[in-house]
Ligand binder design. Structure first.
Ligand SMILES: Nc1ncnc2c1ncn2[C@@H]1O[C@H](COP(=O)(O)OP(=O)(O)OP(=O)(O)O)[C@@H](O)[C@H]1O
Length: 297
């Protein structure tokens, strides 16, 4: 277990997240993460992609100190997990299903929760807490909704409120669990723009998503996971047909349109569509085809 261990100071400069040979074993003996290693620089947006049950949420829980690691080390902004958490560096934007929306709480109160870690144990709000909440709501375009019950908002508006909570927290590492599920294209674009701004501020965003088509648009890096890390690095290098097949196996829907279906000339290029039932990842051209033919696939 890494908690309490000092982390090398040298990593603090450019490394945002460093996960080194981390395994997580649940009480029932289920090994949900098995020797996972990857690292992500500051000022980056990284997609976390894998099938259901591949360990994405478990990785988030390990980064938030909710589950102990059986082995390995985690460094967050150059600090051990407990130190990073005590400095409020890690913010979490949960999946919608994890929240009881019937709980009566105002939008501004949800965002204020992001300030709790900055307050004393009496949780007295100070002027700077109110300013942080105002600024965060303004930044996600939700100021007009501050007195509404959170349960009365649309799926996309709720996501923006939780992003505001992460901003109010001044989180430097933001973990986003399926941020685009149940969100329309306009809101998805707004969220992506906000994530890009946060990247420019040097923060680290780790985004679990089944929305494969969006990944090359806004994630500069990707981590493909199935208990182990199957591939990690810059999206252009990692997000290939072969790696996605490795990550999803038979689960992924896969269409190839080529030849007569696509052209009435002798253009040999084909379109490959890979989808995990959300926005598909589309590959156009012959580079992938040639590579596969040469590889005997
Ligand atoms: N509390 C727990 N106790 C035992 N096993 C668990 C527990 N939570 C998750 N698991 C198991 O650990 C594995 C990884 O689960 P995890 O929730 O991390 O997957 P995921 O990649 O987030 O899936 P999804 O895409 O469905 O959200 C699964 O086999 C799951 O059944």
């Amino acid at each position: 277990m890494n908690i309490g261990k000092p982390i090398q100071a040298a990593a603090a400069d450019t490394t945002g997240l460093d996960v080194n040979d981390v395994s997580v074993i649940y009480r029932n003996g289920n090994r949900a993460l098995d020797g996972a290693s990857f690292s992500v620089p500051k000022g980056s947006i990284t997609a976390l992609v894998g099938i259901n049950g591949s360990g994405k949420s478990t990785l988030f829980k390990a980064l938030m100190g909710f589950v102990p690691t059986a082995s390995g080390q985690i460094s967050i902004m150059g600090l051990a997990v407990n130190e990073a958490l005590s400095r409020n560096l890690v913010a979490y934007v949960p999946q919608s299903e994890e929240i009881d929306w019937s709980f009566p709480v105002l939008v501004e109160d949800v965002v204020m929760m992001g300030r709790y870690g900055h307050m004393n144990f009496l949780r007295m709000t100070r002027p700077e807490d109110r300013v942080a909440v105002d600024e965060a709501l303004e930044r996600v375009g939700m100021s007009a909704f501050r007195k509404r019950q959170i349960g009365e908002l649309s799926g996309g508006q709720k996501k923006r409120v939780f992003l505001a909570r992460a901003l109010a927290q001044e989180g430097q590492v933001i973990l986003l669990d399926e941020p685009f599920t149940g969100v329309d294209v306009t809101t998805e674009t707004q969220i992506i723009e906000l994530l890009k701004e946060m990247r420019a501020e040097g923060r680290v965003m780790l985004v679990s998503t089944h929305n494969l088509g969006s990944v090359p648009e806004f994630c500069d890096r990707a981590v493909l996971i199935n208990k182990r890390i199957l591939a990690e690095g810059p999206t252009a290098k990692v997000f290939t047909h072969d790696n996605l097949q490795k990550a999803f196996g038979g689960v992924l829907r896969h269409f190839v349109l080529g030849g007569e279906d696509l052209h009435d000339d002798d253009d040999s290029r084909q379109v490959t569509v890979l989808t995990d039932d959300e926005r598909p990842f589309v590959i156009y051209g012959e580079t992938e085809r040639k590579a596969r033919e040469e590889g005997g696939a």
